[in-house]
Write a protein that binds this ligand. Sequence first.
Ligand SMILES: CC(C)(COP(=O)(O)OP(=O)(O)OC[C@H]1O[C@@H](n2cnc3c(N)ncnc32)[C@H](O)[C@@H]1OP(=O)(O)O)[C@@H](O)C(=O)NCCC(=O)NCCS
Length: 336
Amino acid sequence: MKSVAASTILGIGHYVPSKVVTNDDLAKLMSTSDEWIQQRTGIKERRYIEHSGIGASDLALPAVKMALEHAGLASEKDVDAIVFATLSPDHNFPGSGCFLGHKLGLPGVPALDVRNQCSGFLYGLSIADAWVRGGVYRHVLLVGAEVHSTGIELADRGRDVAVLFGDGAGAAIIGPATDPDQGLRSIKLHADGSGAKDLWLEAPASAYVPRLTKEMMDEGKHFPAMNGKQVFRWATEKMPEVSRAVLEEAKISAGDIDLFVPHQANLRINQLVCQKLGIPESKAVANIEKYGNTTAATIPLGLSEAWREGRCRRGSNVLMAAFGSGYTWGAAVLKL
Ligand SMILES: CC(C)(COP(=O)(O)OP(=O)(O)OC[C@H]1O[C@@H](n2cnc3c(N)ncnc32)[C@H](O)[C@@H]1OP(=O)(O)O)[C@@H](O)C(=O)NCCC(=O)NCCS
């Protein structure tokens, strides 16, 4: 296949499960309150899967259908490769991309899982962009999907993390840009493992014999643990820094950004990031109040909703930025 000048988002879709869980619902399970959660995070409610047996690849399916239709692609058969970003894969292995490919009826189509937490969609975008530009694959299905509700501790001990996360999915079709003016202008990714244990899930761990014991479970090591203040500090520093770097490389000023799609971890983080970048909050996607943090799904979910609400269109300049566990972070700027 021939290499192409630039890749772009040909279509995008999203899906959230129907079960709404409010802050008051959580207050029945742990010592927390609607007031505390809203004040600290901006979250009012989130979605959980309706019943056991729904994995990240199942949430991805409706989002993929929406993205294919949006891209004007006739069928799943137009997908040449799958990149699936998730920290909550259906099973430990194989990757959710394999499960999704099978559900889509795509035998033989390569499927790569990306394990980069909240930055997963941007890491996946960088891979999809390289494949499309290099002529390796023409249409890359890029998914961000998470089922958090089955992996958080819905009790006092886990309340700091539990109130933040929700389930959801987003999907994008990355393909060649048709207009020379269009496409991904700059993307930058980073990681710093010195903060790995500030937001992690300790077990099961291949480093432990055995990987998971009853004692570890009693201590809650199979639930995510977080140093919230430290994550907050890093996020508010790194998201503006990497956003400035992509804007500079793309030679686009913050004032020319039509839509900013930041990762949705905390409304206060994003308000500070907007302030530091000089981007008005009215241009930033803020759907955390409805969905909480859906990790790898936040960016495609936010962009998909914003596109359908008419907040961006072909030709719009879009900035995306994320920060999360790892630490990993990144940003991308593109002309839709
Ligand atoms: C999690 C976060 C909202 C907590 O806000 P904070 O102002 O830092 O709050 P603290 O962690 O200092 O906790 C303050 C108090 O609230 C309590 N608390 C924690 N979670 C609570 C909850 N869900 N409900 C009520 N109280 C809670 C703490 O125990 C603490 O009590 P203490 O003062 O008696 O010790 C905030 O740190 C944050 O958003 N960090 C970034 C998290 C993030 O982005 N994670 C995802 C990364 S992708």
